[in-house]
Design a protein around this ligand. Structure first.
Ligand code: MN
Length: 386
């Protein structure tokens, strides 16, 4: 059990981000990009939430051939029926049932007792299992749920046929070690825990979604729910690209495998960012425009001598294709040699490189970093001076 299943929820939790709305065409384009990326499971949407959502899950189920299509539904017969219908064309499908289990959610939102929630969860998992073999149960707001009640409801739904159990930190409240211990304790306390896969679902309200997801894996979770660029409700979800590259880069530490085609990470990130009109910050790990870019002289010199001096990932590994060496006031000879070579300047013509660096030092802030147009202007000026 060293394999980690990747459930991408960009099309469900991700598209619930405030301000994002994507049409059917855009939804299908994202689904295809996720299939190309080789995610194990695409959480495609919430079919019972409206006819557009139904259409979109139904079309994705028609189109996608290599990933399991999973769709969210409440613990209600009518939701389960509609969801199963939307998923019918899929080669491999799965229903994702959820109900809130924390006191605050049960009391204020559902207005139901714990016993009623228990009965509803168990009977609806049982009902759903008759329609589909692949049933996930999520205890919404598990992070703030009473531990004994969480054990009781999970034991009940596993007995009723749930094959995966999601432990959502719905509000991004837990700290990594707490989340790890929660999953560990659930797996060792619940008598039939070995009959289900445990899954993470972490939110980024305190900036800990990725750390919590990785901690969940250390606690024994073997599926993770995440989104491209970390989009999602409020501050978002765990970013798929960060979780995957942490597992790959630190395989010595985590000792687990993922199926993701990492060379497609940057391309998928751009696709999702364009379709959702949600820009990716420049300093975003793995996929940001500056994730492997260097401007200061010492760093440029180190990178050009040996990339491992300042990089722990080969940018080709994630399909990163922005400019790596950025010229600015902090740059030095090594960086200018590298860049100006692409403009036909001999790398050992130090007279030109030094003159060029001098010109950069005098540029106004608005001209920085030095872009191709400015590089050409400076080179012209130096040539004219002779
Ligand atoms: Mn969520």
């Amino acid at each position: 059990m060293n394999k980690i299943l990747i459930q991408d929820t960009t099309l469900r939790d991700g598209l619930q981000s405030p301000g994002i709305s994507v049409d059917l065409e855009g939804t299908l384009a994202i689904a295809k990009a996720l299939e190309d990326l080789n995610v194990d499971i695409i959480e495609a949407g919430f079919p019972a939430s409206g006819s557009d959502a139904f259409q979109s899950v139904n079309q994705i189920s028609h189109t996608i051939k290599h990933a399991t299509i999973r769709a969210l539904c409440r613990c209600l017969e009518k939701d389960i029926d509609v969801t199963a219908e939307a998923l019918a064309p899929a080669r491999s499908s799965s229903l994702f049932l959820f109900i809130a289990t924390s006191p605050i959610h049960m009391h204020h939102k559902l207005k139901k007792s714990a016993d009623t929630v228990y009965e509803q969860a168990v009977s609806m998992v049982h009902y759903a299992r008759r329609l589909n073999d692949n049933i996930v149960f999520a205890a919404e707001d598990a992070g703030r749920t009473n531990f004994d009640f969480l054990c009781r409801i999970i034991e009940g739904v596993i007995k009723a046929g749930a094959t995966t159990i999601t432990i959502p930190d719905t509000v991004g409240y837990l700290c990594p070690n707490e989340y790890k211990q929660l999953i560990e304790r659930l797996r060792t306390t619940i008598p039939n825990a070995d009959q289900a896969i445990f899954s993470t679902h972490c939110h980024d309200d305190l900036g800990m979604a990725v750390a919590n997801t990785l901690a969940g894996i250390e606690g024994g979770a073997r599926q993770v729910e995440c989104t491209i660029n970390g989009i999602g409700e409020r501050a978002g979800n765990a970013a798929l690209e960060e979780v995957v590259m942490a597992l790959k880069t630190r395989k010595d530490y985590y000792g687990v495998e993922v199926n993701i085609n990492t060379k497609k990470l940057c391309k998928t990130s751009k696709t999702v960012s364009q379709i959702t009109a949600y820009p990716t910050p420049k300093n975003k790990a793995i996929v940001g425009k500056n994730a492997f870019a260097h401007e200061s002289g010492i760093h440029q010199d180190g990178i050009l001598k040996n990339p491992h001096t300042y990089e722990i990932i080969d940018p080709n590994e994630v399909g990163w294709d922005y400019d790596r060496i950025i010229l600015g006031k902090r740059s030095g000879l090594a960086g200018t040699r590298h860049v100006l070579e692409q403009y036909g300047i001999d790398r050992y013509d130090d007279r030109i490189h030094k003159a060029f660096l001098n010109e950069i030092k005098n540029l106004p802030v608005r001209k920085l970093p030095v872009l191709p147009g400015t590089i050409n202007q400076i080179l012209e000026k130096i040539k004219k001076r002779g």
